[in-house]
Write a protein that binds this ligand. Structure first.
Ligand SMILES: Cc1ncc(COP(=O)(O)O)c(C=O)c1O
Length: 373
């Protein structure tokens, strides 16, 4: 049996930057200060500057980043938030955790991101009820959603835009980093993400000082002044060890995203001769290939074949959220239903993708797929 090829490999990222990460972790351990200290402050400044954002607030996870983003925007009970069913369940779970009501719309078949036409349809259907308050475009797989179109729709209808950037750290549309288009952007530093911590982590960014202040209060019990809650908050802090590790990894993000693009190009060139539908990209975007996702009519067969050759793949995501047991029959979806989403769930397959894949491993994946095809 050949050596296994992992679909993603956060451990490889540790070994690639081991000395710097070990030094950063020791620095924090020896400092005796583990929460809301110098490392977090420095990371927040460095991450904001990397993105071209005004304010950054580190929190405990990407899910919390979305919850805090919504609550900072004043969303809560009875407010409807539009998003997609083809995403990590966290996007929808966060809407309910914030006390709001998700309304799920369809995706664009080429990029797997929210379809502006489906949004317009939902707005027409529910117009008059006045309860739709925000849209969460998800920049899925590292490909920016059509965020310029969404911002324009939101301006027309007076809605907030909360960008879910969990999978698209460093991605750009029209030369501008995702997360900086809307009112507030939410990031995840889950270990396999393009900017991954060694545990949980997340952040929100915003150009608005009042949203930044509210988010900062919400992450620590709603305190403006210690032990006195100005608003009802929560505990969601990005700890000093994770912040120190993220400072190391942020320096490598552009280089690692470039390597992801190089791997994607190698897949594109080698797999164009197969029957697979390869990922597409809108003209104005810089894709960061959090995942390289193909479509295949015989997806499960291809997956087993690759597994038999020790090549790891994943399905993101096998069951659309509106069809999962926790949400089935109770979650609102748009009138035209979600046909594009449901087909995608049957066809998508994520090939091995992480910046430490070797050229030899990429070649092995391509040769195996060609053999199967
Ligand atoms: C699109 C999307 N949104 C939100 C999240 C939530 O992030 P976390 O796992 O850090 O809570 C994730 C990660 O799983 C994600 O992929």
């Amino acid at each position: 049996m050949p050596d296994p090829i992992a679909q993603s490999d956060p451990g490889a990222s540790y070994y690639a930057h081991r000395e710097e990460i070990d030094e950063a972790v020791s620095r924090v351990l020896e400092s005796g200060w583990y929460l809301l200290g110098k490392e977090l402050k420095a990371f927040e400044q460095e991450f904001a500057s990397y993105l071209g954002a005004k304010h950054c607030i580190g929190v405990a996870s990407g899910t919390d980043a979305l919850v805090i983003a919504m609550r900072a925007c004043g969303l809560g009970a009875g407010d409807v938030v539009i998003t997609v069913s083809h995403t990590a369940v966290a996007t929808v779970a966060a809407i309910e955790l914030a006390g709001a009501i998700p309304l799920l719309v369809d995706i664009d078949p080429a990029t797997f991101t929210i379809d502006p036409e489906s949004i317009e349809d939902a707005l027409m259907t529910y117009r008059g009820e006045g309860r739709i308050k925000a849209i969460i475009p998800v920049h899925l797989y590292g490909h920016p959603a059509n965020v310029q179109a969404i911002v324009e729709i939101c301006r027309r209808h007076g809605l907030k835009v909360i960008e879910d950037c969990a999978q698209s750290n460093g991605a750009m549309a029209g030369g501008q980093k995702v997360g900086t288009f809307g009112d507030i952007g939410a990031f995840s530093f889950y270990p396999t993400k393009n900017l991954g911590a060694m545990g949980d982590g997340g952040a929100v960014i915003t150009p608005h000082v009042e949203l930044a202040e509210r988010a900062r209060m919400l992450r620590e019990y709603g305190w403006q002044e210690r032990y006195v809650s100005s608003v009802a908050g929560m505990n969601s802090r990005l700890d000093e060890i994770q912040a120190a590790i993220l400072r190391v990894k942020l320096k490598w993000l552009d280089i690692e995203n470039a390597r992801r693009r190089q791997i994607a190009r190698a897949y594109d060139e080698n797999l164009v001769v197969t029957s697979l539908t390869l990922p597409q990209q809108r003209g104005d975007v810089s894709h960061v290939y959090h995942q390289y996702v193909i479509r295949c009519g015989r997806r499960d067969d291809l997956r087993s074949f690759l597994q038999s050759r020790a090549i790891g793949t994943l399905v993101h995501y096998p069951v659309p959220i509106h069809l999962q047991p926790a949400y089935l029959d109770r979650i609102a979806i748009t009138r035209n239903r979600l046909p594009v989403t449901e087909v995608a769930a049957r066809q998508v397959l994520s090939l091995p993708m992480h910046p430490h894949l070797t050229d030899g491993e990429i070649e092995r994946v391509c040769e195996a797929i060609k053999k199967w095809s």
